[in-house]
Design a protein. Sequence first.
Length: 135
Amino acid sequence: MAQEKFEELVETFTFLDDWEDRYREVIDMGKAMPPLDDALKVPATKVDGCASQVWLHPRIIDRVFDFEGESDAMIVRGLIAVLHALYAGLPVADIAKVNATAELGRLGLNDHLSAQRSNGLRAMVERIHQVAAVA
């Protein structure tokens, strides 16, 4: 049920044998994201449960999910970009059908993130699912 952008990312990761290369790819994805407007960095958009500062600003237009996000940590910013590839553009009703753990496992992320980063990633996924559930 993954988006085409995410499938392209999975394909890219299959060619990157070394975890450090994958790590750099995630960081580069984060660097390529546009910055979140400072006015959107408010308590309502802040994601609790992350070791670093994380903000997710959802946008739902015509029942299609999208979001902007930012973090003060480069790897987490990259993880936001990975989640964007996974979720952005999906109908809101399909968000709950995405098994983020399984999809992210296809990238090998589960095996290489610290416990704190894994918890933060889980918190971001939970926030995405919560927003979609009430939309």
